[in-house]
Design a protein around this ligand. Structure first.
Ligand code: UDP
Length: 472
């Protein structure tokens, strides 16, 4: 019987997609993979569609959808930060997860998404080794693993830091206010986040979707035990870049790109959730028009203040949102796509020349593996620290200075787009560095490349010979 690894990506499509890429690696090395998914509490067509897609393209993975967490997983019903809600909901899944794992004939190991931290209790009960698949940068891990020892005894301190510079081994110094809002914006979320990373440090190993040469200083800090003072850091394995793709290859925007010259188009896309106010959309439009460059821009409807991050949005009304006459005036060199574009396919198209991104980690890797310079406009979650890594650590992008102000001005959009697309000057040097990073990424994945070897080492360290039988 093949040895089975159970992957537990937790809630949401965003966590499922990268975990499927990890599943493929296990399969490639002859292991059986079961993916335990959690049905969202509110029925979601996105989730059902993503599961159906994942099933159809990965018939060798056994997908099991566990029922939604009990509705009362939020004990006192008080409004809570979404990170607290996610962790509490997943903790409430433990009994179901345990029964599910027990129902399997044999399980070798459990691989968790970071929000599934309480599943470590189930693993301990069933004597299963626990690993994590960390879906962001190694540089983020170097910061987050360090947070409990720095702040657990005085959580108030972190807020007081404001814009003062904070340092962590292996990453460039940055303003404390760049830390995710989960850490600096909500007292209860901070307690949960600190506990999450404290427990993550108990795992047997952490897989990271990155590659060694991209983040050398952070990896040295992690490997030298500088990130979890006072205890051993679990081994980390950079096994990426794992990029999914699989978008609609017939999308109109790809046909439009077919008609554009090589590397002539700047692509603007801000993750699965990024939205702007109508004022900000207008500034971007004016900047793009004045730049005179070709562009492909994914536009979403603005989110009203009472709509929650992640709530589905209506299709944007471009005539109402764009400046008068903008679409007509730019029709020969620009395309605005409503809500969603097949991003990986767009980035890899020969006509795409630069990427304005919100610095989500998947987008970052997709941009780097396509060899594109990044114009960094971080919006939420860990994107501001990712911007620091990209701009100051990896030197593969420049920041949109206005990201931390009320609005990024049209002048800055115009200036940065022109700068990055110009054939000479600083943008050229940046393009040379990104081209080298693209090659390094491809090498890492080849036979004998760093990520390939890291996964082989991980399998060795997992000690494949010992299989836990759930009925022992
Ligand atoms: N994405 C896409 N089309 C879009 C916007 C996003 O295909 O119009 C994909 C993108 O390729 C990436 C994911 O959605 O794989 C976004 O993940 P990321 O980690 O960059 O950001 P998040 O959405 O988690 O903030």
């Amino acid at each position: 019987m093949k040895k089975t690894v159970v992957l537990y990506p937790g809630l949401g499509v965003g966590h499922l997609v990268p975990m499927v890429e990890v599943a493929k690696l296990f399969l490639k090395h002859g292991l059986a993979v079961t993916m335990a998914l959690v049905e969202p509490q509110v029925k979601s067509t996105d989730f059902s569609a993503a599961v159906a897609r994942a099933r159809a393209s990965n018939p060798s993975v056994a997908f099991r959808v566990l029922p939604s967490p009990p509705a009362d997983s939020n004990p006192d019903g008080a409004p809570r930060h979404h990170v607290v809600k996610v962790i509490q909901s997943l903790a409430a899944m433990n009994a179901l997860l345990r029964d599910f794992l027990r129902s399997l004939p044999s399980v070798h190991a459990l691989v968790l998404d970071m929000f599934c931290v309480d599943a470590q209790d189930v693993a301990a009960e069933l004597k299963l080794p626990v690993f994590y698949s960390f879906a962001s940068a190694a540089s983020d891990l170097a910061i987050f693993l360090n947070l409990p020892s720095k702040f657990a005894s005085n959580t108030a301190k972190i807020k007081e830091l404001g814009d003062s510079i904070i340092t962590f081994p292996g990453v460039p110094p940055f303003k404390a206010s760049e830390l995710p809002s989960e850490v600096i914006g909500d007292d209860e979320a901070l307690v949960y986040v600190l506990r999450m990373f404290e427990r993550m440090a108990e795992a047997k190993g952490i897989l990271i979707n990155s590659f060694d040469s991209l983040e050398k200083p952070a990896l040295s800090a992690l490997n030298d035990g500088l990130c979890v003072p006072g205890r051993a850091t679990p081994p980390v394995y950079c096994i990426g870049p794992l990029v999914s793709g699989g978008g609609d290859k017939e999308h109109e925007c790809l046909r439009w790109l077919d008609a554009q010259p090589d590397q002539s188009v700047v692509f603007l896309s801000f993750g699965s959730l990024g939205t702007f106010t109508s004022k900000q959309l207008e500034e971007i439009a004016v900047g793009l028009e004045k730049s005179g460059e070709r562009f492909l821009w994914v536009v979403r409807s603005p989110r009203s203040p009472d709509e929650k991050h992640g709530d589905p949005l209506p299709e944007p009304d471009l005539d109402a949102l764009m400046p008068e006459g903008f679409l007509e005036r730019t029709k020969d060199r620009g395309l605005v796509v409503k809500s969603w574009a097949p991003q990986v396919e767009v980035l890899r198209h020969r006509a795409t020349g630069a990427f304005m991104t919100h610095c989500g980690w998947n987008s970052t890797l997709e941009g780097i593996t396509a060899g594109l310079p990044l114009l960094c406009w971080p919006l939420y979650a860990e994107q501001k620290v990712n911007k620091v890594h990209i701009v100051e650590g990896m030197k593969l992008g420049v920041e949109m200075r206005g990201y931390n102000e009320k609005v990024v001005k049209a002048e800055e959009v115009e200036e940065k787009v022109r700068w990055v697309m110009a054939s000479e000057g600083g943008g050229r040097a940046l393009r040379v560095r990104v081209a080298a990073a693209k090659d390094a990424a491809a090498e890492a994945l080849q036979e004998g490349g760093s990520s390939n070897l890291a996964f082989a080492q991980f399998l060795k360290d997992m000690d494949i010979s010992k299989v836990a039988t759930m009925h022992d």
